[in-house]
Design a protein around this ligand. Sequence first.
Ligand SMILES: [Zn+2]
Ligand SMILES: [Zn+2]
Length: 101
Amino acid sequence: MLDIRPSCEHCDKALPNDSNEAMICTFECTFCADCVNTILQNVCPNCGGGFEKRPTRPSNCLTTNCVTNYPVSTEKKFKPVNMEKFKFVLDTFKSISPNKR
Ligand SMILES: [Zn+2]
Ligand SMILES: [Zn+2]
């Protein structure tokens, strides 16, 4: 189950459960779409993988599997990217399609 983290790791922008801008890698490193598209160029600085849009946990409790019963994370992971270290990761991965990395 996803944590659904509250904000962008790089710029600290709020990314609530219903945000359309939250992007995650397979480890659920969480960034806003702006950071993914511009600074990160769809390369996760922590693992080198690509990003996909994070789904929203339903607020409707019809199935009981909803955000009321499974609350989203409130723990911020604010860890701005070290651009010097990231350059090597970016150069290694950016020209390879995410499913081939
Ligand atoms: Zn951001
Ligand atoms: Zn990652």
